[in-house]
Design a binder for this molecule. Sequence first.
Ligand code: AMP
Length: 208
Amino acid sequence: MNLVLLGAPGAGKGTQAQKLVADYGVAHISTGDLLRAAVKAQSELGKQAKAYMDEGKLVPDQLVIDLVKERLQADDAKKGFILDGFPRNTAQAVTLDAELESMGIKLDGALLVDVAFPVIIERLSSRRTCRSCGYTAPAGTETCPRCGGEMYQRDDDKPETIAKRLDTYKAQTAPLIEYYGGKGILIKVDGDRPVEDVYVDVKKELGL
Ligand code: AMP
């Protein structure tokens, strides 16, 4: 299973990815998680990425592309992978196609988790994230139900940044829906339902 996940921030891509990873043992490649880890580690990449992330803008393509290329070579990606948050614009999608072709790997699908913007805004502003494992849950959850870690509000889930992230999504990432539609590999599920219902559809659409 080699998949790309599409959808606005907060659509539930990460949650569906985590479920697929748990059930099918594929690698979860989340560029947001990789970048947040780099910021936390205060690496050179993290320092460069942070300013863009804080403003709800995309980090320059080359920084993210290098991260993804390295991650795709890792052993756990041999069984398959789910790309979550990448590609984020057409240039990244074209680079990914070239990279996968050079590795002799085919994308099985681009799965769009579709949620209307008003619902997204509500979800992001009440979203809390686990500092240790990245699990997300609604506000009011103080301890991570998965690993016991501390839940916090991501800086970019604060109202001033949410609007900017959605603008970035509309301008740069939403065109990928057409990009993958044109290749005949777009799969769409309604993400505005309970997690388990969405997951039933995801599996059905993927033939799992
Ligand atoms: P996410 O957790 O996917 O919402 O990503 C958080 C932030 O990381 C985004 O708002 C961007 O600043 C940055 N980011 C994540 N993935 C990418 C990507 N593929 N290209 C550029 N920036 C990214």
